[in-house]
Design a protein around this ligand. Structure first.
Ligand SMILES: [Zn+2]
Length: 471
């Protein structure tokens, strides 16, 4: 069992803080010998992880995502070590080299284990109230997602529920979900609004997201997605809804600095390509970087819209055309593939990851956590990518770390184990990285370090582990 301790709410910070001390097994002498045999002091760091069977660094791609065959090159160091100080990675290398220079206030042995960067989840709908288990049973019974949606359920049902939920409660829900994600190794999460579907409630969701990011050690990247679905009261006047979010909602989102990206669900029965372009173009004017839900349920040529708008990413792409894939490849738009969403909706057509990788696209992965896809675990997404999209584990790991980071413009900060990056590290109880994908029914995570602090530790069952950013 994992113990992820209760979230540290701000009012608990001062009086209830316990610092977790990881197992210290080496009474390390401070002295080491240099090349000439002279003793010198070793530099002190907060955490030193040593003896990793595989230290999966994914090094060398902080400026550009990995493409083609590079996606299988993980930069693995055998018997690897990593030194962490003040939230940053300060050295990565062989254990014998790193321990000559550094000594850890806390030492963690990763003997027999695999060490990876914390997972980056490039696509979630983190904040909403309610759930859709009824809808799932209707899908099992043969209904399509659009049939369920058109009956006023799924997104619409949870939107109603979200509208009547207090912001404090939305914050609590988001924090709980981030805890679960963290326990499964995810340390950076993109989070979309879209269960408000009017100005006030979209703003409330984004305010909640901002608060969640302040409280939780996970890195949360906010996206405005008022165009998640055409609300029922605009059923026959979708253009009016589009005008409303462009003229009224988006300026307020931008003015308050509540989102970095702007996303649109471009699909049959959702928003058409003209509406999508109108929203994304206006978002750009306000400084919101475009993203698009493209060709998920049908081929509407959303990928082409993503290319035309120079989107940071085009997501889903199950039905993307060959021209659409070519278009996004030409523009450097990241394909963010979401096999868990496909799995949850009982669809049998997955995105064609193989031809995208072979075509040189920087494939990324996300959970697509939402009310109709209750998946918070990037390890499962990696497994689905391997099973249904024929990605090999190395490719899927790249897609769930460094390439996911690039798709949300964080490639130079997270997604690999390199000097200067945020110290987000996951230690798996697995002898090598290929266990990811191959083993999929258990949580392999043994420890997680987020922003330089040990926040999940399977070995420490009873001690609280605090995860606030502000301590
Ligand atoms: Zn989505």
């Amino acid at each position: 069992m994992f113990i992820v301790a209760p979230i540290l709410r701000q009012n608990k910070i001062s009086n209830n803080t316990q610092i977790l001390q990881p197992r210290i097994f080496e009474a390390a002498a401070n002295l080491t010998k240099n090349a000439k045999g002279k003793a010198r002091m070793r530099e002190s760091v907060d955490i030193l992880i040593v003896n990793a069977e595989e230290m999966v660094t994914l090094a060398g791609s902080s400026q550009k995502p990995k493409i083609g065959k590079q996606m299988r090159e993980l930069g693995i160091i055998h018997d690897g070590a990593i030194a962490i100080r003040e939230g940053k990675i300060i050295a990565v290398g062989k254990t014998q080299d790193i321990t000559k220079t550094f000594r850890g206030e806390s030492m963690i042995s990763a003997k027999g284990k695999t060490v990876l960067p914390g997972f980056v989840d490039a696509h979630t709908h983190l904040v909403f109230a309610g759930s859709c288990e009824d809808e799932f049973e209707r899908l099992i019974g043969g209904a399509s997602f659009m049939e369920v949606l058109n009956a006023g359920d799924a997104i619409f049902k949870t939107t109603k529920e979200t509208r009547r939920t207090r912001v404090e409660k939305l914050v609590e829900l988001g924090l709980e979900r981030l805890d679960t994600m963290l326990a499964h190794g995810t340390t950076t999460v993109e989070a979309k609004s879209g269960y408000g579907l009017n100005t006030d409630d979209e703003l409330r969701i984004l305010e909640a997201t901002k608060r969640i990011n302040q409280l939780h050690c996970t890195n949360v990247i906010p996206t405005f997605m008022g165009a998640h679905a055409v609300p029922l009261d605009f059923k026959n006047s979708a253009d009016d809804y589009v005008d409303m979010i462009v003229e009224e909602t988006m300026p307020k989102v931008a003015e308050r600095g509540l989102a970095e990206f702007c996303d649109v669900f471009c699909d049959r029965g959702m928003f058409n390509t003209e509406q999508a372009k109108h929203i994304l173009r206006n978002g750009k004017k306000l400084g919101l970087i475009p993203k698009i839900h493209a060709d998920y349920m049908s081929m509407l040529r959303g990928a082409e819209v993503g290319a035309e708008m120079d989107a940071a990413s085009a997501d889903h792409l199950n039905f993307a055309s060959a021209e659409g894939i070519k278009a996004i490849a030409g523009k450097g738009v990241a394909p963010v593939l979401l096999p868990a969403g496909t799995f949850s909706l009982l669809m049998n057509r997955y995105a064609d990851a193989r031809s995208m990788i072979d075509g040189g696209l920087p494939v990324a992965l996300g959970t697509d956590f939402n009310a109709c896809n209750w998946v918070l675990n990037q390890q499962l997404v990696i497994a689905l990518a391997c099973h249904f999209m024929r990605m090999v584990p190395a490719e899927a790991i790249t897609a769930a770390t460094i390439n996911a980071a690039h798709s949300i413009r964080r490639g130079s900060e997270v997604g690999s184990l390199e000097v200067g990056k945020r110290a987000d590290v996951t230690i798996l109880n697995a002898p090598n990285h290929r266990f990811l994908g191959y083993s999929f029914s258990v949580n392999l995570v043994e420890k997680v370090i987020a922003n330089g602090r040990l926040v999940v530790d399977k070995e420490k069952r009873d001690e609280p582990v605090f995860m606030s950013k502000n301590e």
